[in-house]
Design a protein around this ligand. Structure first.
Ligand code: BGC
Length: 500
């Protein structure tokens, strides 16, 4: 072999060695990245663990807090608010009524023509309007004026098949899905905002008075005859359809539950027993917290940086406003600590709340062989490009952990209510297994199938076969609007006129 040939062989060998070293280094780095990423996910899984024993502890804590909240004002993180609804719809409601549903990024206006037992909901129409984000953190006057203007426009567009008797004022059921301390069925003061709303001049004010002033400014002659939380509206709408409805649960942007309580089991009611002997209680369970809740560093940071730190802890682990954000925080840690998505952290991944729960749900439900929905969401929403199948699978695993923890905790809450109502077991001598129906509503429950299936299965597991046979979970799709109009009807100023 000549000198030149030897030289060339040496150069080739050296180059091959260098490439091999690079490949090995790359593999080692990649293995190291994967090991770190897998460790983060494993830790997440452990910290989010909700074995049935833990869920029972959560349910027990919920029941204890329910008693404490009923016993005295401020006795618990659970406000257990008296709704002044002691007469749920009977089916006899008649006439034209309106509902206004405010509680998330959209609000709804609704008109319903009720036709009594035979006519039922004869006709209904609604419109949905999205709230410009600046109004969610502006002044109350601006927000209520915006809503009142939409309502005035809606009323102006009314067709002839909706009929208001001559000389009557229009009547409205106002679903206001925030914690309100009610002073009657049609008045109450806002305790605090939740779900990203932050309008300070409204807290402590009577929300009906605020809305009424705004309606007057629009020249709209309309009276608010019922002020209700969305859980109360859902319970009322649910009861109208099914007499066995005993509770309502919202799993949407926020979360909450309401149920029918025996009035004499409410010490803070000071013995003012309503005629029916029953009172619907708005639990405000989103504010529940317990040392049994499996809180992680992500939940703690999310809470700390939120508009309402220290509040709505259960809601922040369960509801639609937050699940995507928890997943984003986990992915961000993986990007930072394991550089799994490249040496630089994708900028979008740093933006709070950029990953919305519907996007998380779309990824979680992706059944394509190459998980292409996951790939495109990661790219479009979070700016993470060129993801491998292995990475996409890891993302699904994270969604699964976060969604199932939420669903299990929600199921534990429902179990806690059933326990309070004595419907968690079947009495051994009971022949008549009366149904206990839970009316469910909210976009998270309606659209995130893996989540809702998990709520149902876990609740069944907790109840056991026999007791779960008489518990029914029923989707009351947007029952809260109809419920509010039914309550507006049963508290109408013309009721006595009609009855006489
Ligand atoms: C509010 C509740 C409401 C729930 C569901 C929570 O943030 O505090 O009043 O019922 O969201 O909309």
């Amino acid at each position: 072999m000549g000198k030149a040939a030897v030289g060339a062989a040496v150069v080739c060998a050296a180059a091959a060695c260098a490439v091999a070293v690079l490949v090995v280094r790359h593999r080692m780095r990649s293995t190291g990245r994967w090991a770190r990423a897998a460790a983060v996910v494993k830790e997440l899984e452990e910290k989010c663990g909700t074995p049935i024993g833990k869920l029972r502890q959560v349910a027990d804590a919920m029941t204890v807090e329910m008693h404490a909240g009923l016993a005295s004002e401020g006795g618990s993180k659970l406000k257990m608010l008296i709704s002044y609804v002691d007469n749920l719809p009977t089916g006899d409601e008649r006439g034209l009524f309106y509902a206004l549903d405010l509680g998330g990024t959209n609000f709804r206006v609704l008109r319903v023509q009720l036709g009594g037992k035979e006519g039922r909901v004869a006709k209904q129409e609604y419109e949905e309007v999205s709230i410009p984000p600046h109004l969610m953190v502006g002044s109350s006057e601006e927000l209520f004026d915006f809503i009142a203007a939409a309502l005035a426009k809606f009323v102006a567009s009314e067709g002839e098949d909706f009929h208001l008797p001559d000389g009557r004022q229009r009547e409205l059921g106002f679903t206001f899905s925030f914690p309100v301390k009610q002073t009657s069925i049609a008045s109450g003061t806002l305790i605090k905002w939740t779900k990203g709303f932050c309008i300070n001049d409204t807290v402590g004010e009577d929300v009906v008075a605020e809305l009424t002033k705004a309606l007057e400014r629009q020249g709209l002659d309309m009276r608010v005859t019922a002020l209700v939380n969305d859980t109360i509206g859902t319970l009322a709408g649910g009861r109208y359809d099914d007499k066995d409805v005993v509770a309502a649960v919202i799993l949407g942007t926020g979360t909450n539950a309401a149920y029918v309580e025996r009035a004499n089991a409410i010490p803070k009611w000071h013995g003012l027993l309503p005629k029916s002997g029953e009172m619907v209680i708005n639990m405000e369970w989103g504010n529940f917290r317990s040392s049994h809740l499996p809180m992680t560093e992500y939940d703690q940071a999310l809470d700390f940086e939120s508009l309402n730190p220290g509040e709505q802890i259960y809601e922040k682990m369960i509801s639609g406003m937050y699940l995507g954000e928890i997943v984003r925080r986990v992915l961000l840690r993986i990007a930072k600590e394991a550089s799994l998505f490249g040496d630089d952290v994708p900028q979008k991944l740093e933006v709070p709340f950029i990953l919305r729960t519907p996007d998380m749900s779309a990824m979680h439900h992706d059944t394509s062989s190459d998980l292409k929905v996951v790939g495109s969401k990661l790219k479009e929403v979070l700016g993470i490009t060129n993801t491998s199948l292995k990475m996409r699978k890891l993302v699904i695993e994270i969604c699964d952990i976060v969604a199932k923890r939420a669903a299990n905790l929600a199921a534990a809450g429902i179990y806690g209510i059933l326990k309070k109502l004595g419907r968690d077991t079947v009495a051994s001598d009971s022949v008549d297994k009366q149904r206990a129906v839970i009316a469910m509503d909210g976009g998270l429950y309606e659209h995130y199938t893996i989540f809702s299936k998990c709520v149902e299965t876990t609740l069944k597991d907790m109840l056991g076969e026999e007791a779960s046979a008489s518990v029914v979970i029923k989707l009351a799709n947007d029952g809260s609007g109809i419920g509010a109009s039914l309550l507006a009807a049963s508290h109408s100023q013309y009721l006595e006129l009609e009855e006489s």
